[in-house]
Design a protein around this ligand. Structure first.
Ligand SMILES: [Zn+2]
Length: 325
C-alpha cells in the first residue's frame, strides 16, 4: 500500500517484480515532475501498465498534494485516484515541491474537498528537525489534522516510532502503513557497525523499542494498520556513493520475508489481514484475484535485480513463493 515504481528504465525493471506477487499497490507520485494533474497521472498509469506486461495488477494512483487543489479540480479525477500523498518540502526523494507549512486554514480548502469527496490523505510525516526526532515531532501535526478534518482518512505512512503507534488509537480517522524493513531492523543495523547503504531510508530506522511497538500492531494485524513496503529502488551507484540516496528495495522479497517473520512469532494467521484485507477495507478497493502460495522452503535472494540491490542481497530467507494463480 505504498510503492515507488519510479519511471523509465527503472520502472520497467521493478514494476514486474511487484506485479508478479501482488495484485495491486498504491503508487507514489514523487516523480520529476511530480504527478500533479490528470494528464501526468494518466500517462504514468499507462507506462506502469505497459511495464507490468501481462501480470494481473492494479496500480492505485495518487496525486502529489498541492494546497491549491480544490473541489472543482478533484471532482473529475475522483475515480482515477485512490489517495493523495502529502510530502513536507524537501524531506525525501523528489519532494522539493511539497508543503512547507502545516497551517490548518491554509490547507482547509484542499483537505475539505478531499474529505467531502472521500479521498484519503497519505502523509510522509516528518519535520525538518533532528533526524531521529522528525517523526515523533510530526505526531502533533497528524493529530491537529485528524481533529480538524474528522471525516478525512489520514494514512500515517511508513511509521517507525512507538509515538505514531500510540496516536493510531487516539483518533478514529488515523491509519498507518508499516514497511518490512522497519519490522526487521533498527538504526544499529544501518550504522551500528559498518555502514550499510542499502538499509538507509527515510524515515530512518529507529530504536529497538520502536521496532517492538511496530511489530506488536503488525503481528496482531491491528485493523488500522496496513503493509506498505515503501519499496524504493535506486541504482547501485546512487546507494553506494558518498551521498547515499534514501530507500530500501524490498518488493521481490516482501512476501517470503513477511511469512518468515510472522511464522517466527507464531502469527501466520494474521499475515493475510496485514498484507491485504485491512487495506481493502480502509481504502475500499477490490484488487484482481490472485492466489499466492508461500512454502517453508529457502529462497536465496539475488545479489541484484537489474542495477538495483535488494534488501538481504545474497542472504537466505526461510520461505519462498511456490505458486501464483
Ligand atoms: Zn515512500
Amino acid at each position: 500500500m505504498h510503492l515507488h515504481l519510479r519511471d523509465g528504465e527503472m520502472l520497467r525493471t521493478v514494476a514486474p517484480l511487484s506485479a508478479h506477487t501482488f495484485s495491486g499497490a498504491i503508487i507514489m507520485p514523487n516523480l520529476l515532475p511530480p504527478v500533479t494533474d490528470a494528464e501526468i497521472l494518466r500517462a504514468y498509469r499507462r507506462r506502469i501498465l505497459d511495464a507490468v506486461g501481462g501480470e494481473n495488477f492494479t496500480p492505485y494512483m495518487t496525486l502529489f498534494f498541492k494546497p491549491e487543489y480544490d473541489r472543482e479540480f478533484l471532482l473529475p479525477l475522483r475515480d482515477e485516484i485512490t489517495a493523495i500523498k502529502l510530502y513536507p518540502a524537501g524531506i525525501t526523494t523528489n519532494s522539493e515541491g511539497g508543503v512547507s507549512g502545516f497551517d490548518v486554514e491554509e490547507l482547509r480548502p484542499a483537505l475539505s474537498a478531499m474529505s467531502e469527496l472521500g479521498i484519503p490523505l497519505c502523509i510522509h510525516g516528518e519535520t525538518g528537525g533532528f533526524v531521529m526526532d522528525r517523526e515523533k515531532e510530526f505526531v502533533p501535526v497528524y493529530e491537529t489534522l485528524a481533529t480538524a478534518f474528522p471525516d478525512l482518512k489520514i494514512i500515517m505512512e511508513h511509521i517507525t516510532t512507538a509515538e505514531s503507534v500510540a496516536a493510531l488509537d487516539r483518533h478514529e480517522n488515523l491509519y498507518a502503513t508499516i514497511t518490512l524493513h522497519h519490522l526487521l531492523i533498527t538504526l544499529d543495523d544501518v550504522a551500528g557497525g559498518l555502514l550499510r547503504p542499502h538499509l538507509f531510508c527515510k524515515p530512518i530506522a529507529k530504536r529497538p523499542e520502536d521496532r517492538e511497538a511496530l511489530l506488536r500492531v503488525a503481528l496482531e494485524a491491528h485493523p488500522k494498520v496496513m503493509f506498505g513496503s515503501d519499496s524504493a529502488p535506486h541504482p547501485r551507484h546512487a546507494k553506494e556513493a558518498p551521498g547515499c540516496a534514501a530507500g530500501v528495495f524490498t518488493a521481490p522479497i516482501a512476501l517470503p520475508a513477511l511469512a518468515e517473520l510472522f511464522e517466527r512469532h507464531g502469527r501466520l494467521e494474521n499475515l493475510q489481514a496485514f498484507l491485504g484485507d485491512n487495506a481493502r477495507r480502509i481504502y475500499g478497493v477490490t484488487p484482481p484475484d490472485k492466489k499466492v502460495r508461500l512454502v517453508k522452503e529457502p529462497m536465496r535472494v539475488p545479489e541484484k535485480y537489474g542495477d538495483v540491490v535488494p534488501m538481504m542481497a545474497g542472504e537466505e530467507i526461510g520461505w519462498s513463493v511456490a505458486e501464483i494463480e
